[in-house]
Design a binder for this molecule. Sequence first.
Ligand code: SAM
Length: 281
Amino acid sequence: MARRIVRSTRSSHPARRLTRHAAKNRRDWNRTADLYERAHGPGLAEHQGMSWGCFHVPEKDLGLLRDTRGKDVLELGCGAARWSIALARGGAHVVGVDLSPRRLVQARTLAREAGVSLTLVEASAESVPLPDQSFDLVFCDFGAMTFADPFRTVPEAARLLRPGGQLVFNTWSPIHTVYLDVRNERVASRPQRDYFRMHRVEWSKSVEFQLPYGAWIQLFLDNGFELERLVELPAPAHLRSSYMSAREARWGRTLPLEAIWSLRRRSASRAPKRRARPGRS
Ligand SMILES: C[S@@+](CC[C@H](N)C(=O)[O-])C[C@H]1O[C@@H](n2cnc3c(N)ncnc32)[C@H](O)[C@@H]1O
């Protein structure tokens, strides 16, 4: 098979300056990229790289993505790009965006080994240097939709999608975030924060984001999305996770660890709008 190209683009436009939390996350992902790959790469490679979340639930069991053959696809926070590589192999035209140069080196290596064509862009999902309405699918699995401010990423996804296009992303469930004990890096048995005021979740070396369910849904509606599915799975007892302790997996059997949101960009002409953020980020 002829070796195909891995195109790379680097964003240098001054307007693409990173937010403070994105710069902090970029440093953290550059620092931890190799460790992360060693710990989680083998699990992420299962199911041809097409699985969701901490337990790698196969996409073929959930059927969240429409047919992507021949479609324009954007992965927001692609990491080593296993998902992007799998979709490109299936005939999609895929762009992977990530703000960490080290993670993009990993993506480039895996894409080259797989012999697939990908475009990789070093940028933040909060301000993607690509034209409006370029994609049929924008997605990620614990990618930028976990680490970037949804009040920036949801309008960006709306801008980048064509009418009728799909936004699918997996992140922590709001219930999990309520119980998340950041200091001890585990779920606690009691709530750790005010559900109604959830937005920025500060770790010592990184930042994540979360909203209450109602605020997520309002943000989607305000940006021209319709909710198609919200998948909350009990942690599967038969699957192992390199991310979760046995105690957390037990917790996840009765309360949702993760939430996979599937949305459709409405065809109506209403322009996407940014809503005021409840807090600073
Ligand atoms: C947990 S990894 C997910 C990637 C892939 N699904 C995996 O599991 O390896 C999170 C990725 O999001 C990227 N990321 C974090 N914040 C981002 C942002 N604002 N814009 C683009 N990528 C971001 C990180 O660099 C990292 O590669």
